[in-house]
Design a protein around this ligand. Structure first.
Ligand code: PMP
Length: 371
């Protein structure tokens, strides 16, 4: 089986599983406990915060551990909401965990604006500039699109926002953290979302980076863990496995390796003139369509051939993929033909070549059937 759906989730590093077990079975103590064992575990998760802050190159700020990116995104959106005549700005490309939170804000009576995407999948920066004003409370734009691999220029976004307002800036960095090099110091943003299972850590654990906690309110009520910003006993084993994965990954090396894999896949697929690809700056995600072949039919047929790809974001309805490609101005026929191929740095070139050839032969067969 050749797994090409790494934007949906990645395989855990074996050693991260070992780390998980250590904190689940040996050092299983509650980090809020007063006794020595608990205090030691608290120290371990505090080291994990430092490890993430360092990789983010944030300089200052805090890490709030969560159950994953969906929760981190909800915390950023609803935790920064304030009563009064504020407006909130999101991009049309957001993952449902931000997009549907935005829709909920709107339903609650808040003024919400959506910035369109350009044909290359990045946001329309000039539209953003025209929407931001002194009443903007939050601007939330993802770093890398999970559908297309488009990379938004976060520094440019923060410059636009800072020039015109005191708005807070949130970035969903799920498809960027531990995949491309960047520095939060340079970005000058307020919140950044990460999720462990997208970089070979466990599912159900993630974090929200927060520059200044005074800008945030808790959305969960309980025992006051995470300095009251996220009640609930911390997922210590998950956090420590995430730390391990974080420290294992050499972002630059992986980027270069994955770029090679993506280029190889593109070169195989583009041998057929019916193939169209979306050019994007992330080496980890490739959005492709084969003219005249339904993407879902193709993905299902490929499953039988041992190649796993996605018709779009696995954790969203089909509509989310449509929303994004539609907003980029793609024709309906191209949208229904689109599939997403996503890589990890530890794959073999031979497998990529083989998978590319299987994708082409499968698509050709389906194209004949559909004529
Ligand atoms: N944001 C983006 C960009 C994603 O790709 C995903 C996962 N598909 C999420 C948020 C949600 O992540 P999690 O599974 O950790 O809730």
């Amino acid at each position: 089986m050749i797994y090409l759906d790494n934007a949906a989730t990645t395989k855990m590093f074996e050693e991260a599983v070992g780390e998980y077990k250590k904190y689940a079975c040996d050092l299983f103590y509650n980090p809020s406990a007063f006794y020595r064992q608990g205090v030691e575990v608290l120290k371990c998760i505090n080291d994990a915060r430092k490890s993430l802050i360092q990789k983010l190159d944030a300089g200052c700020g805090d890490i709030i551990f969560t159950s994953g990116a969906t929760e981190s995104n909800n915390l950023a959106v609803f935790g920064s909401k304030r009563n009064g005549n504020w407006n909130y700005i999101f991009s049309m490309g957001e993952h449902p965990s931000v997009f549907n939170a935005a829709k909920e804000l709107e339903r609650q009576g808040n003024k919400v604006f959506f910035v369109s995407l350009q044909e290359n999948g990045e946001i329309d920066y000039s539209q953003l500039e025209s929407l931001v004003d002194e009443k903007t409370r939050l601007v939330s734009v993802m770093h890398i699109s999970n559908e297309t691999g488009a990379v938004n220029d976060i520094k440019r976004i923060s410059q636009i926002v800072r020039k015109k307002s005191k708005a807070l800036i949130h970035v969903d960095g799920v498809q960027a953290f531990n995949k491309i090099e960047f520095s939060l110091k340079e970005f000058d943003i307020d919140f950044y979302t990460i999720s462990a299972h997208k970089f070979h850590g466990p599912k159900g654990v993630g974090a929200l980076y927060v520059k200044n906690k005074n800008n945030l309110k808790n959305i969960i009520f309980g025992g006051g863990q995470e300095e009251n910003y996220r009640s609930g006993t911390e997922n210590v084993a998950g956090i420590m496995a995430m730390k391990w994965a974080n420290e294992q990954i050499d972002v630059k090396r992986n980027f270069e390796k994955t770029l090679k894999l993506k280029k190889l896949m593109e070169s195989v697929l583009l041998k057929d003139e019916k193939v169209k690809i979306v050019k994007s700056a992330s080496p980890y995600i490739l959005s492709v369509s084969y003219s005249g072949v339904n993407g879902e039919t193709l993905a299902r047929a490929l499953q039988d051939e041992g190649v796993l790809i996605s018709t779009g974001s696995a954790c969203s309805t089909k509509k989310a993929g449509n929303r994004i490609l539609e907003n980029m101005g793609f024709k309906k026929s191209r949208i229904v033909s689109s599939v997403r191929i996503s890589f990890n740095a530890y794959m073999e070139e031979d497998d990529i070549k083989k998978a590319g050839e299987i994708i082409l032969s499968c698509a050709k067969k389906l194209a004949l059937l559909q004529v």
